[in-house]
Design a protein around this ligand. Structure first.
Ligand code: PGA
Length: 238
């Protein structure tokens, strides 16, 4: 399987810069004959009807488990359908730990989007205080984040993103990633990405770790040239 690369814009880029970014990445993929699966998750205000090659997939960073209704500040499938968005990020650590999404809410969201056949990138990962307790606690914590989640869902991609490595510049060691990915891969056959301070200088080493099927990248994917470099590295790995 070709390695996957995903960019999470978080609260970055405008509608205009997102459009330029996506169009440029689309041309880049075409010109270089790159067929790896590439995902971009812009802000919801920047979603649009983008005309992209089949392997460039635009997803939403979040949406409520509804078609429409009274959920102030949220969007539902009525808004996603307008742009034919069929991919969603669920369980990201910032939504869990900053926005306070509970496992119960995450499960409701997961089941709703699963029932509609969405491609789901489902994120899990432990905070620093759990990591410091060791691998058993880490795996136990992650296991709880799988509560209510159907790991056999065919349109699922899982992303392991240790909270302490997200946006901090502290990347997990090759050993940390190796151990967790090996254990997680015993639970499901779907692709497993790593995320957390991935950048052009460490991407190759991360992609070479067994059971790493690709990466989910925040900060260092927001600069187009860096994202292109990382797409190229991902392609070269195979
Ligand atoms: P980061 O974010 O690359 O900025 O660490 C990763 C993520 O949150 O998906």
């Amino acid at each position: 399987m070709l390695k996957i690369i995903a960019s999470n814009f978080k609260t970055n880029h405008t509608r205009k810069s997102t459009k330029n970014f996506i169009e440029d990445i689309n041309s880049f993929l075409e010109e270089n004959n790159i067929s790896n699966e590439v995902f971009i998750f812009p802000t919801s205000t920047s979603l649009d009807d983008f005309n992209t090659v089949d392997n460039l997939n635009i997803g939403t960073q979040n949406a409520y488990y509804t078609k429409n209704g009274s959920f102030t500040g949220e969007i539902g499938t009525e808004q996603l359908d307008e742009f034919n968005i069929k991919t969603i990020l669920i369980g990201h650590s910032e939504r869990r730990h900053i926005l306070g999404e509970t496992q119960k809410e995450i499960t409701l969201k997961y089941n709703y989007y699963k029932s509609l056949g969405y491609k789901i990138i489902y994120c899990v990962g432990e905070p620093l205080e759990i990591k410091e307790k060791g691998i058993t606690d880490t795996l136990g914590y992650i296991q709880e984040q799988f509560n209510g989640i159907d790991l056999e869902y065919k349109n699922l991609i899982v992303a392991y993103e240790p909270v302490w490595a997200i946006g901090t510049g502290v990347v997990a060691s090759v050993e940390d990633i190796t151990v967790v990915h090996k254990k997680l891969k015993k639970k499901f056959t779907q692709p497993l990405l790593y995320g957390g301070s991935v950048k052009p200088t460490n991407l190759k080493d991360i992609l070479e770790i067994p059971n790493v099927d690709g990466t989910l990248i925040g900060t260092s994917s927001w600069k187009e040239d860096d994202f292109k470099d990382m797409i190229k590295i991902t392609k070269d790995i195979g």
